[in-house]
Design a protein around this ligand. Structure first.
Ligand code: ASP
Length: 327
């Protein structure tokens, strides 16, 4: 959806408003004022986060773990061919090949990730197997695919007709073959969970920047850039131009700012300011962060105002939030 139209859609469309079970808040921060933490909580990036949140919530509401919920939530987005930035139906690289990046982390410090993975429908589950079944944190490319196969994952064609047609049109219009850098190039799902026991988890999965160089890896599978989780503090995840997020070690920065006492929204705002410092071309890119602290407070902030995220809490249900933005 083009810049601004998503926000307009969210504000004015009855269909969009019906899709959320409570009000859409603008620039809102969900902040616990009393001493009781809010649990469970799910927060995830973009409009497709509503469906992911619902799947994660099912697990959390039944007393399941933050980690299981985070994985189950983003799997919904990975399997949805209408989401053209994640998993099945994701836009390919400039050579027409879909390569996926994903990472998962639990608040005790365990983490796993895969990058430039081909032909596998659920890279987040492969990332979890890397975490649980290997002594490593990250596997990439052909090695990641081989590992997935030995773990029982079967090959799936990820390039849908819609994405193939769009890619062909892009290639014809771009004889110089340069991947686009622009504010539209985003929509990774990053999802954070807090379970009833106070455990936190984070998951992030994407097909990455559309029409990227073959082999390009963004922020999403990089622990500390695309996501970070620490039970002692909270968790954060990023979306947008991955190169800019990597330069600022974005998600780790958000968590460290919360550790210093900043609220989730303030931590996200300060991290965006850091991204801006490191990227003089920031007006040409989007970067957004969302964060969740150990007490169930949530927040987000972004460069361009086309960013939104979904929050599911016991009191307010599953709702979209339009965070404040730099521009
Ligand atoms: N952060 C992702 C990347 O750079 C893109 C996105 O958010 O869609 O790969």
């Amino acid at each position: 959806m083009p810049l601004q139209s998503r926000r307009t859609f969210l504000k004015h469309s009855p269909a969009a408003l019906a899709a959320v079970s409570a009000t859409t808040a603008c620039g809102a921060e969900s902040r616990v004022t009393g001493t009781d933490p809010v649990r469970p909580v799910v927060i995830s990036t973009w409009q497709h986060g509503l469906a992911a949140n619902a799947a994660a919530w099912k697990i959390l509401d039944a007393g399941g773990s933050a980690l299981d919920a985070a994985e189950a939530g983003v799997k919904v987005t990975e399997a949805d061919p209408e989401v053209r930035t994640v998993g099945l139906g994701g836009r390919p690289d400039r050579d027409g090949i879909v390569t996926l990046d994903a990472a998962i982390m639990d608040g005790r410090g365990d983490c796993g990730s895969v990058a430039a993975l081909r032909d596998i429908l659920h890279p987040i589950s492969v990332a979890r197997r890397v975490m649980e079944n290997t002594p490593h944190v990250m596997l990439v490319g052909e090695g990641a695919r081989q590992f997935a196969e030995t773990e029982g994952f079967t090959a799936t064609e990820l390039l849908t007709e819609a994405s193939r047609t769009e890619w062909k049109a892009w290639r014809e219009q771009n004889p110089n073959y340069r991947p686009p850098i622009n504010v539209e190039n985003h929509d990774t799902i990053g999802l954070l969970t807090l379970d009833r026991d106070g455990n936190i988890a984070a998951a992030c999965t994407t097909s990455g920047a559309a029409y990227k160089y073959h082999g390009r890896v963004g922020d999403s599978p990089l622990i500390g850039a695309g996501l970070y989780a620490d039970n002692a503090v909270g968790a954060a995840t990023a979306t947008g131009w991955g190169e800019a997020v990597i330069r600022a070690c974005g998600s780790f920065l958000v968590v460290e700012l919360m550790r210093q006492g900043h609220s989730p929204t303030e931590a996200c705002r300060l991290a965006v300011e850091r991204v801006i410092e490191k990227n003089p071309d920031y007006r040409e890119i989007q970067v957004g962060f969302i964060a969740l602290d150990k007490d169930g407070n949530t927040g987000g902030y972004c460069i361009h105002p086309d960013f939104d995220y979904a929050v599911y809490t016991p009191r307010e249900g599953n709702r979209m939030v339009l965070p404040d933005s730099k521009l």
